[in-house]
Design a protein around this ligand. Structure first.
Ligand SMILES: [Zn+2]
Length: 248
């Protein structure tokens, strides 16, 4: 395990995956949430079809155990022809040749070579945007295990609002949930849909609001805790620098 991966596994410890533990719940057929916290009224009336983008989420298998994962919400917002979610440990080139060979495929991953997505988008083209979904160390693990992912062009998005997903710890104030990161990417690629970003983020906001109402706790970004001296963990300068690299 590299230093970064070791550090990232420590990041996980701050996660809270508390869901509501009430009496036996009825599950809503559409949003698949317990009826008491149904999100249907905040979902787009019909799943949104994307004109210029295919979104692909390579998801770590552990995400299935997390009831408040944001990709499940994303899948309720986008139509199946626009979003592919693959839950696996391996995402080899031979299984997804069209994705890996497309010159307009970008991996949403903030490494040092990543380009700002707004800077590469040209009108009327089609883009495949890959997001890695899991905790930060799981996403880093997926990236480091796949040379084919490392060979892809990487991009980042300007995150101009604090993440709505305050019930899970983000590494920095400028990082966001998978759903929000994809929403920012689509704001670049789907310019003809001015309400798209809000349409996707709205159910997340509602989910968080409901969870906070049920006693979930707001998590500050790790880097803010470090800067404010509010973490008991000894973070090395190297690890703090690494966190800073996530801030484009
Ligand atoms: Zn529902």
């Amino acid at each position: 395990m590299s230093d970064n991966e070791t550090f990232l596994s420590e990041l996980d410890d701050g996660l809270s995956e508390k869901d509501w533990n009430g009496p036996k719940r009825t599950i809503c057929a559409r949003c698949e949430r317990p009826e008491l916290v149904c999100l249907c009224s905040h979902l787009p009336p019909v799943p949104i079809h994307l004109d210029h983008t295919s979104v692909v989420v390579f998801q770590h298998p552990n995400e299935i155990k997390r009831p408040l994962g944001t990709v499940q919400l994303l899948s309720k917002c986008l139509d199946p022809s626009s979003l592919t979610v693959v839950r696996a440990r391996q995402f080899p080139r031979k299984h997804y040749p069209h994705i890996y060979s497309d010159p307009n495929t970008y991996l949403l991953f903030p490494n040092s070579n990543a380009v700002l997505l707004d800077d590469v988008i040209k009108e009327s083209e089609h883009y495949t945007i890959i997001a890695l979904d899991g905790t930060w160390n799981e996403a880093m693990g997926i990236y480091h295990r796949h040379s084919e992912l490392q060979e892809l062009k990487t991009c980042y998005v300007k995150i101009d609002q604090k993440s709505e997903f305050v019930i899970r710890t983000q590494p920095t104030k400028e990082t966001a949930s998978t759903l929000e990161t994809v929403a920012y990417a689509l704001r670049c690629t789907e310019t003809g849909k001015p309400t798209l970003f809000d349409d996707i983020v709205r159910p997340l906001k509602r989910m968080v609001e409901l969870q906070l109402g049920l006693g979930a706790v707001v998590h500050e970004a790790k880097l803010s805790l470090i800067e404010n001296g509010q973490t008991r963990r000894p973070y090395s300068k190297k690890h703090e620098r690494w966190l800073m690299t996530l801030q484009h």
